[in-house]
Design a binder for this molecule. Structure first.
Ligand code: BGC
Length: 374
């Protein structure tokens, strides 16, 4: 399922002399509408490096169009390219963007090392840097734009508990974790969230964690990891934490092969089309919806602030710890929402999925109708 969209190569190189550095203080003493200096709107090129097109459809189907729109809206010129999961290509794109005179470089890293290398080069060249969605540990980006990713994990853990309770399973419950890619700091934050949510149930002996593996943000690898745990446990698994929808698809395929789909609840994240359709059929129990529109809007607002040297204290209101630099990075964090069958409609209402995408096919159409998705 390797989709490849044409990489946008457009972009008018605008000469950029870097403006005053932005003090990242979240000092509330000066809130006189933010502008410190020029009143003309920010302009210039903003480079965005997306990680790949396979670990989640979001990067090409949501982030690219939403970032394009948000940056253009802010009067900026987007240059969005996708590294296709290839670290050396990531480096090449990074060099090219810096050489082309981007004023801000925003990255979704493929790992800390290659992400840091890119951010450092940008900083040396006087280009402002933003970590988009994934924090680059040790990278020293000016801002981090993402969701509260521990909260995302909490929703996953609480969601699994609800799904199991709805099936009458409240004790003697055997669960497994299929985690995200360990090179992605988010995978650790998500796990922190679901482990904390499920910990009291495990501590009380009602739940037992009988497997804890990575699925590397890959459907096939997640399916294989699940199958191994299923075999090791003699088929006795009652619920599965899957850290995203892509991996959930691989796990559901293995459950289907064992005639257990719909019986063993599986979680997810991203509210992808496939994930939502699996929720409609009951094969997946829940997902976490993250409004990419809001994430992209925050990223564009921060780019604009960095370029014009404005205080961004009202946009980056939170912090996330860079555990390598031992530094709190000013962060704009959006709030995630859990999605079960009963509120799949919310994603459509919010414009992140269409009726045509979710309800194609007779079986889906009937469910959509009964849920008021039309
Ligand atoms: C993102 C998720 C995505 C995963 C795989 C994470 O960093 O936050 O939305 O599913 O990467 O691409």
């Amino acid at each position: 399922m390797r989709k490849r969209s044409p990489w946008a190569v457009a972009g008018i190189a605008t000469m950029a002399l870097s403006l005053a550095a932005c003090g990242s203080s979240s000092d509330k003493s000066n809130n006189s509408s933010g502008a410190s200096g020029s009143s003309k709107p920010a302009s210039g090129k903003v480079g965005v490096i997306l990680p790949d097109a396979s670990t989640s459809p979001r990067w090409e189907s949501q982030d690219r169009p939403q970032l394009t729109a948000a940056l253009k809206n802010a009067g900026l010129t987007p240059d969005i390219q996708n590294a296709g999961g290839d670290k050396s290509k990531f480096g090449t794109i990074c060099d090219g963007m810096i050489n082309s005179g981007v004023k801000v470089l925003m990255i979704v890293n493929l790992d800390s090392e290659s992400g840091t290398a890119c951010l450092k080069k940008a900083q040396t060249a006087g280009v402002k840097t933003i970590d988009y969605d994934r924090l680059t540990l040790g990278g020293g980006a000016s801002y981090y734009v993402s969701f509260d990713n521990v909260a995302v994990g909490k929703l996953i853990g609480e969601g699994l508990q609800k799904c199991l309770t709805d099936k009458g399973k409240t004790s003697g419950v055997r669960i497994v974790y299929i985690n995200g890619d360990p090179t992605d700091n988010n995978a650790a934050l998500f796990k922190q969230g679901y482990a904390a949510a499920l910990q009291p149930l495990i501590a009380s002996g009602k739940y037992k964690l009988v497997g804890d593996q990575t699925g590397n943000w890959d459907a096939t690898k997640a399916g294989t990891a699940f199958e191994q745990l299923y075999t090791q446990n003699g088929g006795k698994i009652d619920g599965v934490v899957s850290a995203n929808d892509t991996m959930a698809q691989g796990i559901i395929a293995r459950l289907k092969a064992n005639n257990l789909n719909g019986k063993v609840p599986v979680t997810g994240q991203d509210a992808s089309t496939d994930g939502l359709r699996s929720i409609l059929t009951g094969d997946q129990c829940m997902t976490v919806y993250k409004s990419i529109k809001k994430e992209a809007a925050a990223a564009a607002a921060l780019s604009s602030a960095l370029i014009s040297g404005k205080d961004a204290g009202t946009i980056a209101t939170g912090t996330v710890q860079d555990t390598v630099l031992k530094k709190a990075v000013p962060s704009a964090l959006q709030t995630p929402q859990s999605i079960f069958k009963s509120n799949v409609k919310d994603v459509v209402t919010d414009g992140a999925a269409t009726v045509a995408q979710l309800c194609a096919g007779a079986a889906y159409a009937a469910t959509c109708k009964s849920l008021g998705i039309s």
